[in-house]
Write a new protein. Structure first.
Length: 555
């Protein structure tokens, strides 16, 4: 029988396919082409004055306006009775109408708008408060492509080019690429400014919260408006918030808090508004787990919001780090995940009511390096047959079978097997197949996962030292678990005891998932820690909700 890909079955890391890289180039172009063939002609009422016109095209969205095209100069005297100048041009694809401007005192002023391809000037006074747009081409060409892009107050924002690392550009409101501005300046013009700083570090990230935040390699800044509710070219104000610095990994926003990688040290920080400081304050949220970060760097991160809010990080250690993070309740719990191979990239995609985590993993398979795209799903299991707790795994669901093939992506690897809810002995994949000891109709096969939890040293308020320096012995451990099976508990890794779980199940049927309190008597052993070790090596679920210990304390 051959393994198949179920579309949305419960899983840990399910193989989806091999990774092929593709280079994508971003080009900045004008939203609409300028009119061509713009020409002006007179009806010959005089030669006292010279007239020159420009024409622009208005995009069908009614917002974007093309750069102007200037006509030839024409002589006439449109102050005379019956005098007029006629301006003509060619049609522009995607244009809803056209605007005509007349040159006066060295500048072009608005004289009219039409949906036709011609316009008559019979002595129309130009409105110099409405001029044709000028397009900013700062984001075109080598060295001028932005490193950071975001949206803020209906504007698309760019920053961090090689040639201008501290400059910021914002499009006109409601547009994707309209970088036009006018002389004189209007409130809805594109915004361009330089965040002047003593360090002059490149802007690496633009993060939109209630205010726009700038993260550079040496500092964190916020952009606000002065004497105005909205950002305009004349109300920009930039203020520093802290001097830590961010690395190149794209930050994530958790509620109203930013989580980002520090520039140096490989640590993870949070940045949120503090009313007491009247600004944004940053803090190190990895300070209690330095062993996961010292000597390593964060290379990628992603946020999954449901069913559990977890920020995922890829480390240069090759591990995947997870932070269960609820800032409004001051919850931040770290966990790390290892696999046979190296984690290289992570992202989270909303699918239905849940966010699913997709991961790029590099593994050595049968002597060759392979990159696989794998998908993590909800680990909440109600039926033991659906338990999928393996990495790079696939599933078979069909008539009972013993020969399972289709495992070429794990050739030569030792795999865990769960068949009809029962744990089978681990096997080595040979010629892309394994053979079960007995037929099964629902089988999950993949790389083994070892789940471990180790409690901190016991601290009790029995003396001024909180019990430190006293010898301790954990006699019993009582665990409250949810839908769990295959539980091993002990005082250390080498002395584990399995929690008795089988009750009234008939012979040949796996134990049912346990929900409630389980108790295990631990091997005797005095030490200064009083710690407990929990392990799960089988492809089965284990969720520990609480733990109570019976401890003997020495003098």
């Amino acid at each position: 029988m051959t393994l198949v890909h179920p579309n949305y079955a419960p899983m840990e890391l399910r193989r989806l396919g091999e990774l092929n890289w593709q280079l994508v180039t971003i080009n900045f172009t004008a939203p609409i082409a300028s009119p061509t063939g713009v020409a002006a002609s007179s009806n010959g009422k005089g030669t006292e004055y010279t007239y020159q016109y420009s024409v622009t095209a208005i995009h069908s969205n009614g917002i974007s306006e093309s750069a102007m095209t200037v006509s030839n100069a024409v002589s006439n005297n449109i102050y005379a009775d019956g005098a007029m100048n006629t301006i003509t041009w060619n049609a522009v694809s995607g244009a809803s109408r056209y605007r005509v401007y007349l040159k006066s005192a060295g500048m072009f002023g608005f004289i009219g708008e039409t949906t036709d391809l011609s316009f008559i000037d019979d002595n129309i006074n130009p409105d110099m408060g409405k001029v044709p747009p000028v397009y900013d081409t700062s984001l075109s060409g080598t060295g001028n492509y932005p490193a950071s892009v975001t949206y803020y107050e209906q504007r698309r924002c760019f920053a961090g080019t090689v040639n201008k690392p501290t400059n910021i550009w914002m499009t006109r409101p409601g547009t994707e690429s309209d970088m036009s501005y006018s002389v004189p300046t209007f409130e809805d013009d594109r915004i361009s400014f330089r965040a002047a700083a003593r360090d002059g570090s490149m802007i690496r990230h633009l993060v939109p919260l209630q205010q726009l935040l700038l993260l550079t390699s040496s500092a964190e800044w916020r952009v606000t408006s002065v004497n105005s509710d909205a950002l305009t070219p004349e109300t920009i104000n930039v203020k520093p918030q802290s001097y830590i610095g961010s690395n190149n990994v794209q930050p994530v926003i958790v509620n109203s808090t930013i989580v980002y990688g520090a520039e140096r040290g490989g640590y993870v920080r949070e940045l949120g508004y503090n009313w007491q400081a009247s600004g944004f304050v940053t803090g190190d949220i990895s300070i209690m787990t330095k062993h996961l970060f010292d000597g390593f760097e964060i290379t990628d991160m992603a946020l999954s919001k449901a069913p559990n809010q977890v920020v995922w990080f890829v480390s240069t250690s090759g591990n995947l780090l997870g932070l269960t993070y609820v800032p409004e309740h001051q919850i931040g719990a770290w966990h790390h995940h290892a696999t046979d191979g190296v984690f290289e990239s992570v992202t989270a995609v909303g699918e239905g009511d849940e966010d699913h985590v997709y991961i790029v993993v590099k593994r050595e398979i049968n002597g060759e390096m392979k990159r696989y795209i794998e998908r993590m799903d909800n680990t909440l299991i109600l039926d033991l047959q659906d338990a999928f707790f393996v990495d790079s795994g696939l599933s078979y669901d069909g008539v009972p079978a013993t020969q399972i093939s289709g495992l070429d992506h794990l050739e030569g690897k030792t795999v865990s097997i769960l068949a009809d809810g029962a744990v089978m002995p681990q096997q080595v994949v040979t010629d892309g197949a394994v053979t079960l000891e007995q037929p099964a109709s629902k089988v999950h096969i993949g790389l083994p996962i070892t789940g471990e939890a180790h409690t901190l040293p016991v601290a009790m308020q029995i003396d001024s030292a909180l019990g430190q320096g006293r010898m301790k012995n954990v006699n019993k451990a009582k665990l409250r678990v949810y839908q769990s099976s295959g539980i091993f508990v002990g005082p250390d890794r080498d002395r584990l005891r399995e929690v008795k779980q089988r009750t009234t199940e008939p012979y040949g049927v796996p134990p049912v998932l346990k929900t409630g309190e389980v108790e295990v008597t631990l091997p005797s052993g005095w030490g200064d820690g009083g710690q407990v070790f929990i392990r799960q090596t089988d492809p089965l679920p284990l969720t520990v909700l609480a733990m109570v210990l019976e401890i003997a304390m020495g003098g």
